[in-house]
Write a protein that binds this ligand. Sequence first.
Ligand SMILES: [Zn+2]
Length: 264
Amino acid sequence: MSGRLADLAGPAVAEALGPDSVVVQPIGAIEQHGPHLPMSVDAVIADEVASALLAAVGADVDLWLLPTLSVSRSDEHVWSPGTLSISGDTLGRVLDDLAGCVAATGARRLVFLNGHGGNSSLLTTACRDVRLAHGLLAFLVHPFVPPAAGGPSTEEESGFGIHGGLHETALFAHLRPDEVDMGMALRNVPEWMADNRWVRFGGPVQFGWTSRDFGPDGLIGDPTGATPELGRELFDEVVATLAGQVREIADFDFPDAEPNPPRV
Ligand SMILES: [Zn+2]
């Protein structure tokens, strides 16, 4: 059996979930995405991808979706009023609380499905925290591995399609065609960084940044070529990739694991 945890009656949880269950926490964001997209982009993508993932693997993986956490750490966009952000510290505590609730169901595997690149390092840390604090097997997956976390970006965007760019805009145009204003889409690629060998997104030298550091428009990338058709292709690819990842997660374990000491 698989489905959405919140749809179960309380007493049914003990029957439905167990050691083989994979629990997925989709995490989105409500943050400015430039003039052509609504602030809900990351929350919608995380939610839709999670639903499609359930449809894709629910018959053969004991997969349970938690309700999408729509607001997360978006402090790189708080210069733009309307962006909703909770601190890294608060988000870490929320995830720790939720992981404790997941552990109480008898499930052993918790997957963070991250729709917002700005959460990547925090969620990597959270995976270890959850492992130590609750003994769960914890995983982090992305619809797109963000370029800032080592994922690919398009050539047209010189590796800078990180926020409201071609792929994200296309994917959202597939999911919510009426909510994209392509008349407002503009290119904002920081060409001045393109030849950097070390200091670049996904490069060996990390750097602190906010989206305001790249000008007043709020996006970083080039969404002007985005179409719903491209978005549909990307969506299908993303779901197929995640389905493979979740199948491997369902079988993943540490064969020689010893109990960890309590967290210090
Ligand atoms: Zn986004």
